[in-house]
Every structure is written in C-alpha cells, then in structure tokens.
Ligand binder design. Structure first.
Ligand SMILES: NC(=O)c1ccc[n+]([C@@H]2O[C@H](COP(=O)([O-])OP(=O)(O)OC[C@H]3O[C@@H](n4cnc5c(N)ncnc54)[C@H](OP(=O)(O)O)[C@@H]3O)[C@@H](O)[C@H]2O)c1
Length: 265
C-alpha cells in the first residue's frame, strides 16, 4: 500500500505533483495529507478537493509514504518535526536536490528512502523523474508516485543523481533562458516585442512538440530544416561554433553538478 501519502512541503515542486495527481485522478484526495506552514494555491486546491492540510500530529502515523519536498536547506528541520509521529514502516521519498539517501534515512529513524529528481511539468502530466533507491519497495513506491506524472527514469547509482539534477531537474530553466534570449535577439533584429515573443515561443514549443510526436533524432530534425548555404546554417555556424552551445552546455551542466555536490555535503 502506497497511500495515505504525506507531503512535507507543498511549494513549487510539491504543488506541481499535487496538481498532476489531481488532474490524473492518480490517488483519492482523501488519501493525501499535506504539511506546509504557508500553503500555496496547489495545496489549497488539493484541500478543496478533499486532501487534509496540516493534520494534527497523531494523524501522521497513518502515512504509508512520506514525500520530502521542502528546500534542501530546510530538510532536517522538516524531518525532525515529522519523524517522531510516523509509523515505523513508513517509506520516505525525497525530492530534495543533493541530499543523500543515507542522511535522509538516518534523520527518519532508519526508514527506507528513495530519491527522486522531478520537474515541474509534472503538473500537466509531462514531468520527468529520475529515481534512485537501494531498497526495492522504496523504488517501487517512488515509481508509483511519479508514473502518473510523466516519464520515470531509474538510475543505477546514487552518484548519478547529481548528473540527473543538472540534465533534467534544472533543465527547464535552461529552455526558458534560451527562449528569453531568442526573444531579446528578435527585438534587437527589429521585431516589435509582442511579435518577437509570439514567434520565439510558438516556434520553440512547436519544435519541441514535433520532436516528441515524431520520435525523430534531434540531429535529423535539425538537418531537415538546414539547407546548405542558407540562413539556418549561418546561425548554426555561430551556435555550434567553438564558443557555442556544446561548450556552454558542458560548462553549465558541470556547474550544476558541482552545486548539487555542495548542497549534499
Ligand atoms: N522547483 C523545482 O523545479 C524543483 C525541481 C526538482 C526538485 N526540486 C526540489 O524540490 C524541493 C522543494 O523545492 P520548491 O522549489 O518546491 O521549494 P518551495 O517552493 O520553497 O516549497 C517548499 C515548501 O515547503 C514549506 N516548508 C518549509 N519548512 C517546512 C516544514 N518544516 N514542514 C513542512 N513544510 C515546510 C515552505 O514554506 P515556506 O515558503 O513558508 O518556507 C514551502 O511552501 C527542493 O528540495 C528542491 O531541490 C525542485
């Protein structure tokens, strides 16, 4: 049994999970308990649908699965508050970036732990979740929590969570930054701001949808829209040049990996 589920912290990411579960009908709202001192819109919507918000402490013993979804800086505090009230066989699923399973398990009285690096598109069932657990039951629970929210990728080694954080957890922001930069460049090239916004946004979301729908390799899709000697090729000579995206992306991912390791130490 995976439910009842207790969510510790329901901000941006925990809230996205709640939105996704409610939209997919993944769990009965009555099986969701949320603990958050400052509940946001998603926690309040879940409460309106029948979830329990900030239940009295003895109620926490009903939870079979506990989702740790507070900021990494606050996880010890959230764990210390909840742990004494939990059932001995409750399983913890943590989405805190960088924080190791062994440390979480210790703070939760030796309970089994799975780690997940999710993305906020979970809110619309298009999330991506990287999973790791030593314990088979904890891995199965994490999988059951995230399968209704999109794609699930189990990792063979906990150390790979740093790379998954850099390539997936943090990556939606890379795309948003890319779109911002394209819009700004469009304005510099003379487009009216509202035209630059619309062109950049709808072109890139359309291109991403085509990638998802066709299952083609990005290299092949790129080739299909790049004529020799044409405008796209002229731009790609800059983007893929010696100081271009490949180099920048390697540096960006390495910086995220470094920060993930710092947060976990
Ligand atoms: N956002 C993302 O895209 C994303 C992606 C992947 C993973 N994550 C991970 O998800 C976790 C949460 O990130 P977030 O962006 O969702 O943070 P957030 O928006 O700050 O949400 C955390 C929530 O937990 C509440 N909280 C603080 N202390 C608590 C306690 N002791 N007990 C219960 N709730 C408490 C916070 O309330 P206050 O606001 O009052 O402090 C806040 O509402 C992080 O560990 C992060 O690494 C986030």
């Amino acid at each position: 049994m995976i439910t009842p589920i207790l969510m510790l912290g329901a901000g941006r990411m925990g809230g996205a999970m709640l939105d996704g579960w409610l939209a997919a009908g993944a769990f009965a709202p009555a099986d969701l308990m949320i603990r958050d001192p400052a509940p946001g819109p998603s926690a309040l919507a879940a409460q309106a649908a029948g979830a329990t918000l900030n239940p009295p402490e003895p109620e926490l013993a009903r939870a079979r699965t506990v989702v740790l979804a507070v900021k990494p800086q606050l996880w010890r505090e959230a764990a210390a508050e909840a742990e004494p009230h939990l059932a001995p066989d409750a399983v913890v699923v943590s989405i805190a970036a960088g924080v190791k399973s062994a440390d979480i398990s210790q703070a939760f009285g030796g309970r089994a732990v799975a780690r997940v690096m999710p993305t906020t598109a979970a809110a619309i069932g298009q999330g991506t979740a990287s999973l790791f657990a030593d314990d088979a039951d904890a891995l199965a629970r994490a999988s059951a929590l995230f399968a209704p929210l999109g794609v699930v990728t189990p990792l063979a080694d906990e150390g790979l969570m740093h790379a998954a954080t850099a390539v997936s957890g943090s990556a939606p922001a890379y795309l948003y930054a890319f779109i911002e930069a394209l819009e700004a460049a469009g304005i510099t090239a003379g487009l009216a701001p509202q035209d630059a916004r619309q062109l950049a946004r709808s072109t890139l979301t359309g291109a991403a949808a085509l990638l998802a729908r066709t299952g083609e390799e990005p290299t092949e899709l790129r080739r299909q829209v790049t004529s020799p000697g044409g405008t796209t090729e002229a731009a790609l000579n800059v983007l893929l040049g010696p100081k271009g995206l490949q180099v920048l992306m390697r540096e960006a991912v390495a910086a995220a990996v470094r920060r993930s390791k710092e947060l976990g130490s």
